[in-house]
Design a protein. Structure first.
Length: 105
């Protein structure tokens, strides 16, 4: 019984500790990795919830606030009220600079 206590029990206890820390899918290392993934997913979920809240508020304002809807229609479709003048600015079509009239002389 003396050899059992001095040699076998510490070996079994050491193997159990080793397996708990490094072995299997429920090891301490895997647990730490899983906690890290949970934190990442929680941050992503928080960002998505904020985006949903923002979109819900925008949809609500478009449904219930006529001024918001009017502003959106004016911006997207260039609509104006009676008596207003609409100015549109066009970009250069070709993107080329005008020729210098002094060249070729």
């Amino acid at each position: 019984m003396g050899i059992l206590r001095k040699l076998v029990l510490p070996v079994i206890a050491g193997a159990a500790v080793y397996y708990a820390v490094f072995g299997g899918e429920h090891s301490m290392i895997e647990l730490g990795s899983a906690r890290s993934r949970v934190k990442q997913e929680q941050r992503a979920l928080d960002l998505l919830r904020a985006e949903v809240d923002s979109l819900t508020a925008r949809a609500d304002s478009l449904r219930n606030d006529p001024l918001t809807l009017e502003r959106l229609v004016r911006e997207r479709h260039g609509m104006i009220r009676e008596g207003e003048i609409l100015y549109r600015f066009a970009d250069d079509v070709g993107g080329e600079e005008p020729e210098d009239s002094t060249e070729g002389r």
